[in-house]
Design a protein around this ligand. Structure first.
Ligand code: FAD
Length: 693
């Protein structure tokens, strides 16, 4: 008889316990076990904070799966799809082609993924805290911040570098805050320019108490200990945005800091999202024995599963302790199924809880006893040491820990050149991206939103808006190419998301990619050719000219985001200017469309197969036109509108009431602005001539 094939998707706490127990119960001749995990190791999440805090090396928190699981075939591959109907999984073998594998039973133990996208700007400015890479990157960054603080010449800058913000006070937030606090404060003695009192570690937590996962008796205790160690805990406080400066709170306060670590926000893994099975808050619903509801040969365990604990009839919490127990009991249930015996519901009485709070301190509640401080910390470390796979590894890690007790933490870091990066940045309305006179460090492309360009001159020292840039525009190239400070400031007009390229990467790309170089030189020529900056007379005329005096009325025909391509074609036919505005549900400006845009869309439609064309022209306009069209506000000057058009190389722009109420009030055309300047100059000269005669 063929051996039963069991495929496990995931290699975390639940999966490892499942594989271990199944192997123990069934010999290889009766059961083939394959475990697919994205990494070749199990991540000991409770020790990640120690990696970030430099108190242990990364290998102490990562246990190689194949050493832990003799007799189990461990594959370091990502499962792309699970087909419950055909009992197959699909995975990439590294060749780029997807392979399929049949199973008799599948066990889904994918855990959960980080989702920083729940708060604007977090993806761009905060560290996640879930995988080993997060912990290592954060550790590098913290040490880097200390080096910056040492070099900072002004106290505000130093304080910013020494301010660390942790969002969330669950297990991971509390453990991380404790470790960061300990690392920075205990290392301050090696620096001359700051003391440990200068270090600010703040935990922002939306609930009334820290550690919602642990017993209430331990929460208060942990909070007091952390505050005593110098950590500020802000309870009942929500982070609403993250920027380069720090975190904006729901009270409107801006908490400044150069390091943000976000420990909240999880989402189901894409493999789970794609599964068409009953779910609860994204987790897979199971029956009491942990099989997926409606399935006979598919099981779900760990953080990705919604399993009711028969002990108290409550959903199991997402903790390592529960994941391990579920893994163990699901394996026993599978053995029972294979032997045609009745399965048992998941039932587990939590043994207690352990949480490290930094500074060689922990809180623990085990077998009804409450322990805290160093003793609890030893207990906590002992438990994790015991879980490591081999004796050689246990001894190595124990020596590392012992070493850390005797000697200071390692402050070396690999110096990655900050000018080489490519990243994202988020700015709130009013935030400066850079200021005039600052050294140019990045080239920025606007992914979303609008920025205004401001310039102060000797004649008018107060900075004035000179142009507006929108989605798809870029800036910073002039200063980088000319190796000079920025000649203008850039400020966010709406919430803005940028893609930024460090100076070295930018220069290398500009030097080696001719199309990019050409795009940049065209932009530089267009921008330096800003007519009004050269013709100061023209500029002073336009600075004084209110936009309202040059406004053209709104086109009679207005399109809606939901209008179809056919509607657009027929409206453009009836519009002599060939320019149309597109509004959203609130009648706010959403986009623009002119004959040129339409021509390009029609060209796209023309290359689709004939039978698809009819359906395509009935599709919504929003599928063809990028929203977020650039506009100017009614109280901008004509000079701003003119420069915006010149920078973009466009002939007209919509004008909206204001950035807060982007209701269109008319349009402005470059030609009309130019006429006004010429007329005013001619009029002024005629007046001079009359006066002279
Ligand atoms: C920083 C941190 C600290 C924590 N501290 C504690 C603590 O002190 N005590 C406690 O009890 N709990 C703690 N937890 C929670 C605990 O770690 C989780 O509850 C536990 O890891 C869940 O185990 P799991 O097996 O379900 O998932 P995980 O351990 O997350 O493992 C899931 C695995 O599946 C893999 N995977 C996902 N999708 C695929 C795919 N398609 N193909 C292949 N592989 C895939 C992932 O790469 C991952 O290795 C902490 C969590 C974090 C993040």
């Amino acid at each position: 008889m063929n051996a039963t094939r069991v495929v496990i998707v995931g290699g975390g706490f639940a999966a490892v316990q499942f594989a271990k127990n199944l192997r123990r119960k069934l010999p290889a001749s009766a059961c083939e076990i394959l475990l697919f995990n994205r990494e070749n190791h199990l991540v000991f999440h409770p020790l990640l904070a120690d990696v970030a805090g430099a108190s242990i090396n990364a290998d102490a928190a990562a246990a190689p799966l194949r050493q832990m699981l003799p007799g189990v075939e461990c594959r370091t591959e990502r499962v792309q799809r699970i087909d419950l109907r055909s009992s197959e999984i699909e995975f990439d073998e590294g060749t780029g082609e997807l392979s399929r594998l049949h199973y008799d039973h599948v066990v889904i133990a994918c855990g959960a993924e980080t989702n920083l996208g729940i708060i604007p700007g977090m993806t761009d400015h905060a560290f996640g805290f879930k995988v080993m890479r997060d912990a290592l990157d954060l550790r590098q960054h913290i040490v880097h911040q200390m080096e910056h603080a040492e070099a900072a010449s002004n106290s505000d800058q130093r304080r910013w570098h020494l301010s660390f913000i942790i969002v969330g006070a669950g297990f991971s937030g509390v453990e991380l805050a404790g470790e960061v606090n300990e690392l920075v404060r205990s290392s301050s003695r090696f620096y001359r320019n700051f003391r440990k009192e200068d270090v600010v570690v703040t935990v922002v937590h939306s609930q009334a108490q820290v550690l919602p996962e642990v017993a209430s008796s331990l929460r208060e205790f942990a909070r007091k200990k952390m505050e005593k160690a110098g950590i500020t805990i802000m309870l009942n406080t929500r982070a609403v945005a993250a920027t380069h400066e720090g975190v904006e709170l729901d009270s409107g306060q801006m908490l400044k800091g150069g390091t943000i670590a976000c420990t909240i926000g999880t989402a189901p893994s894409p493999t789970i999202q794609a599964l068409d099975v009953p779910k609860e808050h994204g987790r897979i619903r199971t029956t009491a024995d942990m099989r997926i509801e409606g399935q006979t040969n598919a099981w779900a365990i760990g953080d990705c599963a919604y399993i009711v604990n028969a002990f108290d009839n409550k959903p199991s919490p997402t903790t390592a302790q529960f994941a391990e127990r579920q893994g163990r009991q699901a394996a026993l249930n599978l053995v029972r199924v294979l032997k045609d015996q009745p399965t048992q519901p998941f039932r587990f009485k939590a043994l207690g809880q352990l949480c490290s709070i930094g500074g060689y301190q922990a809180v623990a509640e085990m077998f009804g006893m409450r322990v805290s401080g160093f003793l609890a910390w030893i207990l906590w470390r002992g438990v994790y040491l015991f879980k490591l796979p081999t004796w050689s590894r246990r001894i190595k890690v124990a020596l590392d820990w012992f070493w850390d007790l005797l000697f200071p933490r390692d402050l070396s870091f690999l110096n990655t050149d900050a000018t080489q990066y490519l990243n994202r940045a988020y700015f709130r309305p009013g935030d400066f991206v850079h200021r005039q006179g600052e050294v140019a460090r990045v080239f920025s492309v606007i992914e979303d939103g609008e920025v205004e360009i401001l310039q102060a001159t000797e004649e008018s020292p107060e900075a004035k808006i000179v142009a507006v840039l929108g989605k798809g525009d870029f800036f910073g190239e002039g200063a980088l190419l000319g190796s000079r400070p920025h000649e203008t400031s850039v400020r966010a007009r709406t919430p803005v998301r940028l893609r930024q390229v460090g100076s070295a990467l930018f220069s290398e790309t500009a030097a080696n990619f001719p199309p990019f170089r050409e795009l940049l030189s065209n932009a530089v020529v267009r921008r330096s050719g800003d007519l009004w900056r050269r013709l100061s007379l023209g500029k002073s005329i336009l600075d004084r000219e209110p936009l309202a005096s040059l406004l053209e009325p709104l086109p009679v025909e207005i399109l809606h985001k939901n209008s179809t391509l056919v509607d657009a074609i027929s409206m453009l036919r009836k519009t002599p200017s060939g320019e149309l505005l597109i509004l959203d549900e609130k009648q706010h400006l959403w986009g623009t469309l002119d004959r040129n845009d339409l021509f390009q869309i029609v060209a796209r439609v023309a290359v689709t197969p004939t039978h698809e064309r009819e359906a395509m022209i009935q599709r919504k306009l929003s599928e063809f036109v990028p929203g977020n069209s650039l506009s100017v506000e009614l109280n901008d000057s004509a000079a701003v509108a003119s420069a915006t058009m010149l920078v973009r190389g466009i002939a007209w722009l919509p004008v909206v009431q204001s950035k807060d109420v982007p209701r269109p009030v008319g349009t402005i055309r470059g030609e009309r602005i130019a006429n006004r300047v010429v007329q005013t100059i001619a009029h002024t000269e005629a007046n001079h001539a009359r006066a002279a005669s």
